[in-house]
Design a protein around this ligand. Sequence first.
Ligand SMILES: Cc1ncc(COP(=O)(O)O)c(C=O)c1O
Length: 398
Amino acid sequence: MRPELGQATHAVRTGQHQFVDDQHSEALALTSSYTFDDAFDAAEKFAQRRPGNVYVRFTNPTVRAFEERIASMEGARDAVATGSGMGAYIAVSLALLEQGDHVLLAEGVFGTTTTLYRGYMRKFGVSTTVVDVRDNEAWSAAVRPTTKMILVESPTNPLMRVADIGFLSRLAREHDLFLVVDNTLCTPVFQLPHTMGADLVIHSAGKYIDGQGRCGGGVVTGDEDLIAEVRGVLRTVGPSLSPFNAWIFLKGLETLPIRMRAHDERAAEIYAWLSQRDDLDAVHFTGSPDHPQVELVARQQTGHGGLVSFEIAGGRREAWTFVDNLRLVSNTTNIGDTKSMITHPGTTTHGRLPDEAKLAAGIKPNLVRLSVGLEDPADLLADLHQALAKSQIRKLAG
Ligand SMILES: Cc1ncc(COP(=O)(O)O)c(C=O)c1O
């Protein structure tokens, strides 16, 4: 890797290996196994005494190219790709945690992440305390002698609350904990958690990294030693990334810097329009000048991406009426696509959380999440306008 290169150059050039004659665009190595020079070569590679590919569950040249590229963009020394974002979480957890350990988890993270730690990890003797992501005193107070890991999304999805990553990294150092930051929403284009002290950075790669809603996948970046431990889990447990998906992500990274700026510009325009409306109770966007953590946002992020969530006057009925009447914006639960998408988190992404946990995390029945795509903003505004009008007619009709 060449740290002197700029991020947009890494996005296009890093991880380019010539394994097909004279190829210019990165090749897709669709192979699950690799031939060995002789029996000794196979034994040495299996024992990891000699570098080289062994089997697709551990390595593949296209997957490796994606890992190198995203690691360089995150400013990390290494990366390991996984079959999904949740695959990244389970691989990190199996690598770093053991029975009796305690995890501090930010409140309001993606619902399935909460289900993983409060549900499945508990079955294996790992306990979790959920902490308000914005409250540094609460983070300090929640540390126990058995705490091993702090896990945050920043900003959180969908409420756009922000963790003080520098503070959490100091707390982690003080107590010898691992700090893991989910950077799916900002991507390395707008936020570099490793530079603020994060040990590991996680992505759901099917979001902005893909950018066109085609494939699922995940990735973890960090120092070689920690990444080797996570890769060891993949070798044994198996949530590895398919080479085809890795190729899509590798090519997706090439346009990530320009796409993120385009999402950001459109989201700012939509936010400005939404914030003037009187049929919304609240609008959440890290680019808002009224964001309650505006100074922290400015310190940590150089942009905001495409996520804006808002609370529609009324309740679940008005939110659903709004969703059902959108004509251009798709009703789907993904984020980071070129196509704008609407989600009702309370009954989808966060639907499995108990009602108290939803309310504590601010997932109200009238909350909707908009992932602003790359359509003409005027067309999006017209669609939002007509669907909001219908939801308010429904409200008046009682
Ligand atoms: C911020 C964030 N992290 C992790 C995940 C999980 O990733 P995946 O769906 O790829 O398993 C999601 C999914 O929506 C997400 O939004």
